[in-house]
Design a protein around this ligand. Sequence first.
Ligand code: MG
Length: 383
Amino acid sequence: MMKRLSILGSTGSIGTQTLDVVRKNKQRFKVFALSANQNIDCLMRQIEEFSPEIVCVVDEAKADILSDKVRIDVEKGEKGLIRAAVASDVDTVVTSVVGNVGLQPTIKAILAGKTIALANKETLVAAGEIVMTMARKMGVPVIPIDSEHCAIHQCIGGVSMDRISRLIITASGGSFRDKSFAELLNVTISDALNHPTWSMGKKITIDSATLMNKGFEVIEAKHLFGLPLEKIETIMHPQSIVHSMVEFIDKNIIAQLGSADMRIPICYALNYPDRIDLDVPKFDFVGQKLEFREIDKGRFSALAYAYEACRIGGTMPAVLNSANDVAVLAFLDEKISFLDITRLVRDAMDTHKIIMTPDLDDIFATCKKTKEIVEKQILSMQP
Ligand code: MG
């Protein structure tokens, strides 16, 4: 049977690679909905190739421009994203939008009973408790596309959680893994975007350089697999060959290995529990080295902040996420320096009044308020 997909964020890095997996397996997948934020040129080519039934552009002005160029109706804004997420003919929703905008459509998709192929980790960071409780209640599978979580998902297999002693999440270390704190003072955007092993979107590449991405992945793992934070560790592994590991209580460790090619975890998520042929180059072991080092949480403070926010709980992870969202955008707009990113996150966490058992409205309100506060602070930093 054909699986019908809704791809939220189809023109980004994960979106285009998802469509490549679909392209290689056209007999298995039907692209039902596509959505982009702004990149309507790329979206137009995708519409031509995949003939979706629903198209959405989040940026309303761009939606109008596209509307004049294509025969299909173009949905706009968050409302359009939600329509693409809940359409009755959709089986699986790939959530590959960037940042906080993924939260609302993912929740609506879960409530509509759709299987979630989750690439938008911000959703679980901001509202993991609520989202996973909802998914369990609805009986909706949430399959991670993130390479580390895809690895853990496979390593765990069917073993029950109380038989696991640790998850070991590997980190490439990002663009600046070998730089000292002093050297980070004057790094540029292009330095930060130059990731050593993975080719990804801009936001996540910056998050990898600060290691905030790894922090998000720790929080994501806690919610996805329902393990206490103390059992989730991170380790630097520069080669990005081991994508993560699981240690069981008898000290057996299972690791998942492979190329740094996101099409592999995407293919897993789209087909789970089945596996299909994927036509990508085979991994060549010959001449490969595997190194592991401790991560210096003093230098990569974002990772320490993420652990802290997760330990505190309540609305704090949502603050971490929102403040980081705004700060990374400001860095990419050349408004703040690289080290300002984590400094702004720290300030936002320090001034936040926590709500311990938030509902969704509290989470949304926290995200909105944090965004306003951090934007204001960035404005005050301008010369
Ligand atoms: Mg990852």
